[in-house]
Design a protein around this ligand. Sequence first.
Ligand SMILES: C[S@@+](CC[C@H](N)C(=O)[O-])C[C@H]1O[C@@H](n2cnc3c(N)ncnc32)[C@H](O)[C@@H]1O
Length: 206
Amino acid sequence: MPEDWAQQEVAYDDKQLMLKGHQVMQAWEDRIMKAMAENITETHGDILEIGFGMGISATHILEQGVRSYTVVEPNVNVKKAFENWREKYASTPVNLLQGNWQDVSGQFTEYDGVFFDPYFVADPGSVEVESSTAVGSFLPLVVPHIREGGVMTYFTREIDSFSRAHQRMLFKYFRSVEIRKIADLVPPDDCNYWWADSMMVVKAVK
Ligand SMILES: C[S@@+](CC[C@H](N)C(=O)[O-])C[C@H]1O[C@@H](n2cnc3c(N)ncnc32)[C@H](O)[C@@H]1O
């Protein structure tokens, strides 16, 4: 990820979000975003999301009906898209914590659901536990802010396994873990960041 990510121009169209010629998010990921949103909105409580992107997951979360929604987003131009989007949801308390999740955890309050989907560069198949930009590094910061019974969701980059290291990492913080397979993913021909025809979505309950 470019170091000056926060200030970069972004380009949106209906189908994707681009940063300097790099695809960050495409609309076909909707099924994955929806499944993850369902995981964290069962109690319709206070939700924290990491990375606004195209607002696809944010829309699913708000459409489920939640007490409050907070999103962490560093990019000033993505923030503009967020400001437009939030106007549609005036009746729900919606907050932005501007910055990287690595820097803003001091502003976290208490949440019933946490959705983690920042763009990060990690080798497909690398273990979430090992990367400083991945979920393994986020958990110590966020889990103290998740209420008992609250849920954390993300999709795993591991391929062909749900490794013991990954399981150990989760069971240090959560009492139960479910994984759901999102199958038959067909990225469009122009998609150059995806690597698998199915994805495992994790639901971890504190
Ligand atoms: C893949 S997109 C999120 C897609 C979103 N879930 C959706 O449905 O449209 C990743 C987002 O994470 C943001 N991001 C990148 N690094 C971040 C960080 N360290 N902390 C928080 N957000 C980050 C990016 O600016 C981008 O908006």
